[in-house]
Design a protein around this ligand. Structure first.
Ligand code: AMP
Length: 293
């Protein structure tokens, strides 16, 4: 696996891959997986998906300061570079782009991005400026890598919706892919932040997923959106360790909350419903979601 830290070198390396060099050597499609490192099987599943859909796979590892609204979260963000490299190599990643902050942001970034309705719910309201930072870094990485395909996880459902809107609005010629959430055996969604959980926190962390399953069951049983949501929240509230920020039942495309009195049978069957949760265990913020088709 090639490792590149500098922008010019990255561009020089990728350019010939895209061009048809001779009759024998055909143009390669580039698949891209942006990450913040501390890799786990969820990230690797994106690399594997990228390998299926493209000829050459690029992964980036960059802990993007612009998207952290909480300095503690940024400074404590786990790093395991040597292990990450081994995992990527084993998964068949072709190139790792590993810029540092000075490389990515030579000058302070003054540009902001706004995503309107998609940013006015859930993560957007609880993490001011977060999606602007995500938009900037993803747009920048798209400009540097110029991939044909880019792969993201459903784990960050709102992030995917926002990037899809940005790609459409700004006409990036990139096909986006939303990959399923990889979970531990007990249901906990894999996340780099999970490695900061202590033993007791790790034991109750799967309750986050259980709260989503319970909410879904209530909806399926015919309870209203409001009652089902309340059941999910109360389930987590039973454990004093959780400080829940939201548990929302939303339209999976628009991410807008469904009307509180609505029941599943009154919802158009074409609507995909997502149940999304964010809660804190100590200073570790966990998010998860499930989609009901
Ligand atoms: P991160 O390193 O947390 O920025 O994540 C990089 C990419 O991996 C994002 O597109 C995430 O949505 C995705 N991802 C994170 N956790 C998982 C998971 N458990 N399963 C699948 N994809 C994931």
């Amino acid at each position: 696996m090639k490792v590149i830290e500098k922008i010019d070198e990255l561009r020089l390396y990728l350019e010939p891959l895209r061009c048809k060099i001779s009759e024998k050597k055909s143009q390669k499609t580039i698949g891209f997986v942006p990450t913040m490192g501390a890799l786990h099987k969820g990230h690797i599943s994106l690399i594997k998906e990228a390998k299926k859909k493209s000829d050459f796979v690029v992964c980036s590892i960059f802990v993007n300061p612009l998207q952290f609204n909480n300095t503690g979260d940024f400074t404590n963000y786990p790093i395991s570079l040597e292990k990450d490299k081994k995992m990527l190599e084993k998964a068949g990643c072709d190139l790792l782009f590993l810029p540092n902050s000075d490389t990515m942001y030579q000058n302070p970034v003054r540009t902001k991005m706004a995503f309107e309705a998609l940013d006015n719910v859930m993560e957007g309201t609880h993490r001011q400026g977060h999606f602007s930072g995500v938009g900037i870094v993803v747009a920048k990485l798209f400009n540097l890598v110029e991939p044909d395909h880019a792969f993201f996880g459903q784990k960050d459902l709102q992030q995917f919706a926002i990037i899809q809107q940005m790609v459409n609005d700004l006409s990036f010629p990139i096909e986006l892919h939303c990959c399923t959430i990889k979970r531990e055996e007990d249901g906990l969604a894999m996340s780099s932040r999970n490695r900061r959980l202590d033993e007791d926190q790790r034991i109750i962390a799967p309750k986050v997923y259980e709260s989503l399953i319970l909410t879904k069951k209530m909806l399926k049983k015919g309870e209203s959106v409001e009652k089902s949501q309340q059941a999910g929240i109360s389930y987590l509230d039973k454990y004093k360790e959780f400080e829940t920020e939201y548990l929302e039942i939303v339209d999976a495309s628009t991410l807008q909350p469904l009307a509180p009195k609505k029941k599943l049978k009154k919802i158009d069957s074409a609507t995909r419903i997502a149940i999304c949760v964010a809660t804190k265990l100590g200073d570790i913020r966990l998010i998860d979601n499930i989609i009901i088709d």
